[in-house]
Design a protein around this ligand. Structure first.
Ligand code: SF4
Length: 181
C-alpha cells in the first residue's frame, strides 16, 4: 500500500508550531513509517508544493503575495488541509498589524522610521513579496478541513489529531466528513 503523502507548510508564523511538531519526539519515527513527507520546511528542501498531497498542516496566517499563491496551490493539491495553530486559525500575532488599517504604516515603520542605514521601502518585485493590506486566517482564503488551535498546539494535541486521521477516523474536532486515503 502506498504511504500517505504528508506535508507541512509555513506561512506567516513564527515557526513555533513546527517546533511543537518536532516535540513529538519518538512518535515522529512512528509517523515516518506511515507517511511520506513530500513537502516541509523541516527536513526537506523540496521547493515546489507537489501534486496529490493527502494531509497538510498549514502554520501561519496569509500575510503576503507569496503566502497567498502558496495556500491557493496547497488547497488545490491537498485532500485534507489542517489549519495548524492560532496564526492559521485566527491570524493571531501577525494580524496585530491589521488594526493599523493597511500595510503602509508597517512598511514605513520597519523600513524608514527604524532604519539605521539607507532607509528605503522594499522595491524588489519577485524577490521581496508584497504585503497584503490585511493578514487573513487560512479559512478566509481557502476552505479548511480541520482546525488545530493553540499557540503553539502542544505536541500531544498534534498527535491526538493525526493518529485517528492516519487510521482513517475522525479526530475529536469539528471538520468535514472524514476522507479515506
Ligand atoms: Fe508562532 Fe503561536 Fe503563531 Fe504558532 S500560533 S506560528 S507558535 S505565534
Amino acid at each position: 500500500m502506498d504511504k500517505i503523502r504528508f506535508a507541512t507548510v509555513w506561512l506567516a508564523g513564527c515557526s513555533g508550531c513546527h517546533m511543537s511538531f518536532l516535540d513529538l519526539d519518538e512518535w515522529l519515527i512512528d509517523l515516518a513509517q506511515q507517511v511520506e513527507v513530500v513537502y516541509s520546511p523541516v527536513g526537506s528542501d523540496i521547493k515546489d508544493y507537489p501534486e496529490q498531497v493527502d494531509i497538510c498542516l498549514v502554520e501561519g496566517g496569509v500575510a503576503n503575495e507569496d503566502n497567498l499563491d502558496l495556500i491557493l496551490q496547497v488547497r488545490q493539491r491537498t485532500q485534507l488541509l489542517i489549519s495548524f495553530g492560532d496564526c492559521a486559525v485566527t491570524a493571531n500575532v501577525p494580524a496585530m498589524r491589521n488594526m493599523l488599517g493597511s500595510a503602509e504604516p508597517v512598511l514605513k515603520r520597519g523600513y524608514l522610521e527604524l532604519a539605521n542605514y539607507t532607509p528605503q521601502l522594499p522595491h524588489a518585485p519577485g524577490i521581496v513579496p508584497e504585503l497584503l493590506e490585511q493578514v487573513l486566517p487560512v479559512h478566509q482564503v481557502v476552505p479548511v478541513d480541520l482546525y488545530l488551535p493553540g499557540c503553539p498546539p502542544p505536541a500531544d494535541r498534534i498527535r491526538a489529531t493525526l493518529e485517528p486521521i492516519l487510521r482513517g477516523e475522525q479526530p475529536l474536532m469539528v471538520g468535514r466528513e472524514m476522507i479515506q486515503f
